[in-house]
Design a protein around this ligand. Structure first.
Ligand SMILES: Cc1ncc(C[n+]2csc(CCOP(=O)(O)OP(=O)(O)O)c2C)c(N)n1
Ligand code: SF4
Ligand SMILES: [Mg+2]
Length: 332
């Protein structure tokens, strides 16, 4: 039984990208949907010898309307909280079938995707369990549009502080209904799963970087986890033309640090690395927030609070964006 993975070389630049598409026409996602772009680039990076498993959410429902689908590769729906167990079970099943000689022995990619609701809330335990199984090769990709978008934009554990969603509308008595700070999922996965060989954050605004992270996750041999931040025109309430710009601004303002952790070694990358090395200044979060209708109710105080939390991450965390503990306890 071969344990090798599908060979996927590093993409050197836009001109080196594969031209073949395996997520094509036939989907019904909104105009400017970055999560759809993440899937399109994900499978472009992975190639045809891939099985995709997707938990319930926009990227399941809008991509598999009866009789139409953009998927060219084998694809299966899995229950909302089950991306981790589906990934592990499929990788283990393929291995057993190959060992018994029931299917041809060949390397195959297994990718399970989930949304922030399905992955970071409901399916956290299944993903955590899967990431402890070092003898199986698979990638769990969490596409984060910061709400339960498919059921009409409800708050999730990854929704940003103060955001206007259908579960947290600003009102006269309470302007800020959602007052919890976004979970740090990639950091949690990396710090808490010693046998998970690869964890990364990504964004489709930096397509080559994101695709190379997907290739790395698929070829490292063992479980891998990638978390992408995906602007969502419907839930974030902005003109779809701004999707690319908003992804970029999330990184430029320091709200979304870009990094990868390979066998316990951290590499900040792109603009995040430049900010960390003092070669580039973080843009004010105001530039990111005020382009989105979901923050239109923010007062200056709200923006200042948001900025102070991002500053805290950059200035006080042991590793900005990754390890949230302050360097030392302050004297009482
Ligand atoms: C166990 C279960 N609870 C609730 C639902 C209803 N439901 C379907 S999709 C969805 C939203 C999922 O949100 P997320 O995972 O963030 O994906 P998105 O829709 O944002 O792409 C919900 C609550 C379900 N399908 N299964
Ligand atoms: S609601 Fe958001 S995530 Fe869902 S299809 Fe529309 S843009 Fe994409
Ligand atoms: Mg979501």
């Amino acid at each position: 039984m071969s344990t090798t993975t599908v060979p996927l070389a590093r993409i050197k630049g836009v001109r080196d990208m594969p031209v073949e598409e395996y997520f094509t026409s036939g989907h019904r996602t909104c105009q400017g949907c970055e999560s759809a772009l993440v899937l399109k680039l994900m499978i472009k990076a992975a190639g045809p010898r891939t099985i995709v498993l997707g938990s319930t959410g926009c990227m399941y429902v809008a991509n598999t309307t009866y009789y139409t689908t953009p998927w060219v590769v084998p694809w299966m729906h899995t229950q909302l909280g089950s991306s981790g167990s589906a990934a592990l079970g499929t990788a283990a099943g393929l291995k057993a079938l190959m060992r018994k000689g029931k299917i041809k022995e060949e390397p195959l990619n297994v990718i399970a995707f989930c949304g922030d609701g399905g992955g970071a809330d409901m399916g956290l335990s299944a993903i955590s369990g899967a990431l402890t199984h070092k003898h199986y090769n698979f990638l769990v990709l969490l596409y984060d549009n910061e709400s339960y978008a498919n059921t009409d934009i409800q708050v999730s554990g990854l929704s940003p502080w103060g955001v206007n969603t259908t579960f947290s509308p600003p009102g006269k008595a309470k302007r800020i209904l959602h007052d919890r700070w976004k979970k740090n999922v990639a950091g949690m996965m990396a710090a808490g799963h010693p046998d998970c060989r690869y964890v990364a954050t990504g964004c489709a605004s930096f397509a080559v970087d994101m695709m190379n992270k997907i290739r790395k996750g698929l070829t490292i041999e063992g479980p891998a986890f990638i978390h992408t931040l995906d602007p969502c025109p419907k839930g974030w309430d902005y003109d779809p033309i701004l999707s690319h710009e908003l992804g970029k601004l999330a990184i430029e303002t320091g709200v979304w640090p870009q990094y990868e952790i390979e066998d316990g070694k951290l590499r900040l990358n792109g603009i995040t690395k430049m900010i960390a090395e003092g070669k580039r200044k973080r843009k004010p979060v105001r530039e990111y927030l005020l382009k989105q209708g979901r923050f239109a109710h923010f007062t200056d105080d709200d923006i200042d609070f948001f900025q102070s939390k991002v500053d805290e991450m950059w200035e006080r965390w042991l590793i900005p964006g990754v390890i949230p503990f302050a360097k030392e306890l302050e004297e009482a």
